[in-house]
Design a protein around this ligand. Structure first.
Ligand SMILES: Cc1cc2nc3c(=O)[nH]c(=O)nc-3n(C[C@H](O)[C@H](O)[C@H](O)COP(=O)(O)O)c2cc1C
Length: 353
């Protein structure tokens, strides 16, 4: 049951260790500028997000809906999205497509002035599996349900392989993606395993408007599904969950690989405003936060608002100490890469500046 699955994902993500073993944002260090010569209070964080002016280069990443718990979380996240004037994604809308009575667990965000609303569907469901593929009408339904500005199609094939009930066919996804991207503004997104250069080129060719890298080092869906497989007594899937716990392309490397002429959203493992500044310095137009916001959003409006305000404050401090009076200036900030991140191929030209 999808609803149970969603609730299990949330509870496991909140309560268990589901992190990658190494967070690669720690392998980037800015060079501190002791003489910033700018006024902290005049630092500007407004940016243009795919044609829309928003308050900060930050997105609330796709997480939930489909269960009552998810409705409350979405409501709290939408309050924060309105307050800070930042885009918000909802979780996979498959649940609402299949059970219309769950629609309000997503459309609850329409009660607030979320500046950019992002719908979400899974790539595996675009093609025939054991179940039929989403129809054009299903896609239109999901998009309209939250009066979306963009449609995220998430690529989560590792998760599907570890999931007790996962979909296993990926053949024909690109062709279908191309059709959908002809009718909707699509953002292609990974969910914690990152986008390679080859994948980015395929996605560009399919006509997507942007890529959200969802790289490794943060939430591991192999880990989340490991715990579910454990409860379900599936030793086979538990085994795969363990083996692939740390699979994927580190988020910072994926931001570099995904620069194929499309806007890139940096996400996967972002914990604070300093991590966000690093993603922006690497060339991302914005940074996406998922699990970091989950517990706060589950707790209360006040809690999630406070946590986002801390993230945005730390972003501004990082900008101040790298002489960046606007977000664009971060691209000129001096930093270097080290440790395990620096061993990844084809990032040498960005190793230091
Ligand atoms: C509880 C939970 C549910 C998620 N559900 C979805 C989803 O439905 N669709 C999607 O595209 N990504 C989903 N994600 C993935 C996140 O959007 C994000 O790509 C991933 O968690 C990595 O970011 P993080 O390290 O900041 O958590 C979910 C993440 C969490 C923690």
């Amino acid at each position: 049951m999808i609803e149970n699955r969603k609730e299990e994902h949330i509870r496991i993500a909140e309560d268990q260790n589901v992190k990658g073993e190494h967070n690669y944002w720690d392998d980037i260090t800015f060079i501190h500028q002791a003489v910033p010569e700018i006024n902290y209070d005049s630092i500007k964080t407004e940016v243009n997000f795919l044609g829309k002016s928003i308050g900060h280069p930050m997105i609330i990443s796709s997480m939930t809906g489909g269960v009552q718990l998810g409705k409350r979380i979405n409501d709290n996240l939408a309050v924060a999205a309105e307050k800070f004037n930042i885009p918000m994604g909802v979780g996979s809308m498959r649940a609402a497509v299949e059970k219309k009575e769950l629609a309000d667990t997503f459309s609850v965000i329409l009660n607030h002035k979320v500046p950019v609303r992002i719908a979400n569907l899974g790539a595996p469901q675009l093609i025939k599996q054991d179940k039929p593929a989403f129809t054009d009408r299903d896609i239109e339904y999901a998009f309209k349900l939250i009066e979306a500005d963009f449609l995220i199609i998430h690529f989560n094939f590792l998760q599907e392989m570890v999931q007790p009930e996962g979909d296993r066919n990926a053949r024909g996804v690109l062709k279908r993606l191309k059709e959908i991207a002809g009718s909707y503004p699509v953002i292609a997104k990974e969910t914690g395993n990152g986008i390679s250069k080859e994948a980015a080129l395929d996605l560009k060719d399919a006509g997507v408007k942007a890529i959200d890298v969802g790289g490794s080092g943060g939430t591991s869906f192999a880990a989340i599904e490991y715990y579910r497989a454990k409860s379900a007594g599936s030793r086979e899937k538990m085994h795969s969950g363990m083996s692939f716990w740390d699979w994927g392309i580190p988020s910072p490397a994926s931001i570099i690989y995904s620069q194929v002429g499309l806007p890139v959203i940096g996400s996967g493992g972002l914990r604070n405003g300093l991590d966000l500044a690093k993603a922006l310095a690497l060339g991302a137009i914005s940074g996406g936060f998922a699990r970091t916001l989950l517990k706060g959003a589950d707790t209360s409006r006040e809690q999630i608002e406070e946590e986002i305000s801390f993230i945005l404050r730390d972003l501004k401090i990082a900008m101040f100490l790298t002489k960046s009076s606007k977000v664009e200036d971060l691209k000129k900030a001096k930093f270097f890469m080290h440790g395990r991140l620096s061993e990844w191929p084809d990032i040498d030209d960005r190793k230091g500046r």
